[in-house]
Design a protein around this ligand. Sequence first.
Ligand SMILES: [Mg+2]
Length: 443
Amino acid sequence: MSNSPADSPSLEDAPILHVDLDAFFASVEILDDPSLRGRPVCVGGAAERGVIASASYEARRHGVTSAMPSVVARRLCPDLIILPGRFDRYEEYSHRFHSVVNDLTPEYEPLGLDEVFADLRSLRRLGVRPLEAAWELRRRIQGELVLECGVGLGRNKLFAKLASKQSKPHVVDHVLVPGTGVVWVSRGLEDQWMAELPVRALWGVGPATAKKLHQLGLRWVRDLVKVDENTLSRHLGSAMAATLVAYARGDDERMVVTNRELKSLGHDQTFGVSLTSLDEVLDHCRHHAGVVARALRAQGRVARTLSVVLRFDDLESLSRSQTLPFGVDDESALTAVAQALVRSVNLSRPVRLLGLYASSFLERADNQVQLSFDVAVQGDDRLEAISRSRDHQVSSASLRDALDDIRRRYGENSVGVASDLASQGLRIERQRGSHAFGPEGPS
Ligand SMILES: [Mg+2]
């Protein structure tokens, strides 16, 4: 790791940049209400079973962290201010953040609201050097958004993300140690740097996986380098084992998938014989959901927004979408949402095309901090213990809410008849192109 301009890396050495806004939700709240400055502020669920989503550094000085149950956070910091969160506002800031990154390069990939990967190789002909680009990006985010951030540079996504984490302020014995702002991992130091990291620092290693690794005596990345992959497979499954062994060696093949390519991922099918019954359409929803779920998992992503597009025999099209408070990548969740959306549509005309699209992506490993706040956790203050059950509980509760929301917004129309259409005032979007959302996908 180095920050010295003297050994500034070339684009070949450090082509990938990762930038992560500091304490994003909490920082936006403090910006909007300066009286909160210097106070321990969190965004999260204030209710008994709430969870902290974002903690200011003042709160972190007291040991409060994101994903911590709010009861525990309050115990650590009795003066803690827990705000409910305003996602519209965070999305506004996120949009501004992305446009600053876009000025640097359009070759960027957003992760959630407050993180972005960028591939700097497109800047080669401009003679841009990675460290200069990183400092300039940071300066603009500080100046224009008045938010702090950490920037990491590395030869792949793995190192860039580890480096940005390293660049951030951190707390030692209740004292806040300022971050360096920008960090890059130089090739010569990569092995040494990785060896000293705990396994938990690796992408995709949540508390449950970390616990399994600890039980196998694997605490540090250096332990993982020595382990036999087949042994690891038996405990973690072959996909996870292969990924971890690769990461431990510093190998990460993932590309930066640009915003343009990312906006939606979906599957549609035009039927040889148009579908005339609800059951047929629901069956195809399940099939589409399977295809989309596999594509999401293959990319290590989860999607918050699901959209269904139907085109009828008269070539009229209609789309419906639902955004969830968390990302999903499993077939049953996708099926449930897709089917609820389909049930909200009047299907009195034969269906010629059915499409299911996923958008608003998060990296799967980042999904757990994007949870809805007031979730049912066990009345237990051990984070490790709840984290395994929490994902599932949050997912099912939020999924139920989302399905209710679809019914509330659209009603159940699928068994109606053609004459009901006008009287129910359904929104019908006429389409020209073959893609229901136009070339950019759903926005
Ligand atoms: Mg952040």
